[in-house]
Design a protein around this ligand. Structure first.
Ligand code: NAD
Length: 505
């Protein structure tokens, strides 16, 4: 039996419960269908067959979730940090135990290759461990002295929060947002993306089986414009942690205005990888290929604009094209697959339409350039490289969110910087040069929340994560996450019997 056939059998076993029972919400520790009994279907992008019927929650379900989170909040917030730490580590243990199930379900629901998803569950567990270890210190603040006064700051959890996640790498992203909220002492209502809801269900079950008290974490599935909108408008929800498209972020800001919602946004990107002639071109090409074609290019931090110094442009883009053509496209459960099918026919159509736009704008297809006939006949798109592009083209300005790379040449450092910054986004940047002074100068002027020099994106959890311009508001990671999920409070103590103005005599 080939690895693929063995994996397919296992996936079928893991998916059987979803086929049978559907994907229910989880409210106050109880599995529940949508109150009005409606559902929607989630498809496998491999063969477009339905995987499960999903509870189609609406405002009433969100209201129940928010009330459960509100009721669970006082006890959860009061639990000593050490106890929360132990519990979050137990969740991490349970994620590791079920890593294979999580990976297989994620592959079939999203089309992501097992090669990457096998590690996604472990990354999710690591997120829980990282924030678990910080839970005991989450409330710590600082002491600020002045004459006659000592000020003490402390942090308190903000209250029940709403977490809204996108369909790309949904398991990992959900852990990244929910673990710090729980570590801070907040309770949660999670609204996962409608295209890939399966592993969010596994995650909340795992957490409750590990001992998380009922109501601390509630799951409400549904459409963005219904369940998502209701969550952002709910008066008991104090903050919204959102990951998704920039224009959805704008909507959420408007929807949350009446209840003065605190928001944290991780949004879209059109991230440049800038390659100077003095770079190690082979390593730079490997990194550029990895950052655009891994995870099917459905990745906010993907390096989707390739800016290359003119003197090495042809050599470098040839290198990238060769590598792109050799990438194995296939079934997500085939261990050799690098690029699997895109999430959904709607998204596939969007990505393919951008490939046509690129052609009509006059860019040259140097690799890929269209649909791929993959196993199951699903949403496969060939890793594509456009050369001869300009930064004014739509393929250089708009987020395609697929395996499509747009290469543009520059003549000098000033032009490279101008091109890199000439976009509405500013999430990440990747710089390749052996000139350290230039690297300092360039990164200082580059509009991006996160920049890697001579490296692909290698995440170190304590570092700040987030974007500038239309790529986001706020930072995650380390203590930055606690700043969002907690309120800082200042308490001033008089240390002397200072003179108080006597206004009434
Ligand atoms: P999306 O904005 O369409 O949806 C994200 C979530 O928002 C979904 O759960 C959806 O149901 C919900 N939603 C939609 N409309 C809503 C509304 N009016 N009110 C409340 N919720 C609503 O994004 P997507 O297509 O699922 O994901 C892809 C996008 O996510 C890309 O733009 C990508 O760059 C971005 N992303 C960013 C990061 C980051 O860290 N910056 C990480 C991953 C993905």
């Amino acid at each position: 039996m080939s690895d693929l056939q063995g994996n397919l059998k296992k996936a079928e076993a893991y998916l059987a419960r979803f086929k049978r029972d559907g994907v229910l919400n989880q409210i106050g520790g109880e599995a529940a269908p949508a109150l009005d009994g409606t559902t929607f279907e989630t498809l496998s992008p491999v063969d477009l067959k339905p995987l499960a019927k999903v509870a189609r929650g609406g405002a009433v379900d969100i209201d129940r979730g928010a009330k459960a989170a509100k009721a669970a909040f006082p006890a959860w917030a009061a639990m000593p940090g050490e106890a929360r730490k132990k519990l979050l580590h137990r969740i991490a243990d349970a994620i590791e135990t079920r890593a294979e199930e999580i990976a297989f379900v994620e592959c079939m629901d999203t089309g992501q290759a097992l090669k990457f998803m096998a590690k996604a569950a472990l990354r999710g567990a690591e997120n829980f461990r990282f924030f678990a270890d910080r839970a005991p210190e989450a409330r710590d603040g600082e002491t600020l002295r002045t004459t006659g006064q000592v000020n003490m700051t402390t942090r308190v959890p903000i209250g029940p929060v709403g977490i809204i996640t996108p369909w790309n790498t949904p398991f990992m992203l959900s852990t990244w947002k929910i673990a710090p909220a729980l570590a801070a002492g907040c309770t949660v209502v999670h609204k996962p993306a409608e295209f890939s809801p399966l592993t969010a269900r596994l995650l909340v079950e795992i957490a409750e089986e590990a001992g998380l008290p009922k109501g601390v974490w509630n799951l409400v599935n549904g459409l963005g414009e219904h369940a998502g909108k209701a969550l952002t408008e709910h008066p008991d929800i104090k903050a919204i942690g959102f990951v998704g498209e920039s224009r959805t972020g704008s909507m959420i800001m408007r929807q949350g205005a009446d209840t003065l919602k605190r928001v944290h946004f991780e949004l879209g990107g059109k991230n440049p990888v800038i390659v100077f002639a003095d770079a190690d071109l082979e390593r730079a090409a490997d990194a550029a290929v990895f950052m655009i074609y891994s995870l099917n290019g459905e990745r906010c931090t993907s390096s989707s604009r390739l800016l290359v110094e003119a003197s090495v442009y042809d050599e470098f883009t040839d290198l990238v094209a060769e590598k792109a053509k050799r990438i194995k496209i296939g079934h997500p459960l085939d261990p050799a697959t690098v690029v699997g099918p895109l999430i959904h026919p709607v998204h596939e159509e969007k990505v393919l339409s951008y490939i046509e736009i690129g052609k009509s704008e006059g860019a040259v297809v140097a690799a890929g350039g269209g649909k791929f006939a993959g196993p199951g006949g699903g949403c496969y798109v060939s890793p594509t490289l456009f050369t001869g592009a300009t930064n004014r083209m739509r393929i250089a300005q708009e987020e395609i969110f697929g395996p499509v790379l747009t290469a543009i040449s520059f003549k000098d450092e000033a032009e490279a910087l101008a091109l890199a910054n000439d976009t509405q986004y500013g999430l990440t940047g990747y710089l390749w040069t052996s000139d350290v002074t230039r690297a300092f100068r360039f990164t200082d002027a580059l509009d991006a929340g996160m920049i890697w020099v001579n490296s692909e994106n290698v995440r170190h959890l304590p570092t700040p994560f987030g974007g500038v311009k239309n790529s986001g508001i706020g930072r995650d990671g380390g203590d930055h996450s606690f700043d969002f999920y907690m309120e800082t409070k200042n308490i001033a103590f008089a240390t002397t019997a200072h003179a108080i103005q006597k206004l009434g005599g």
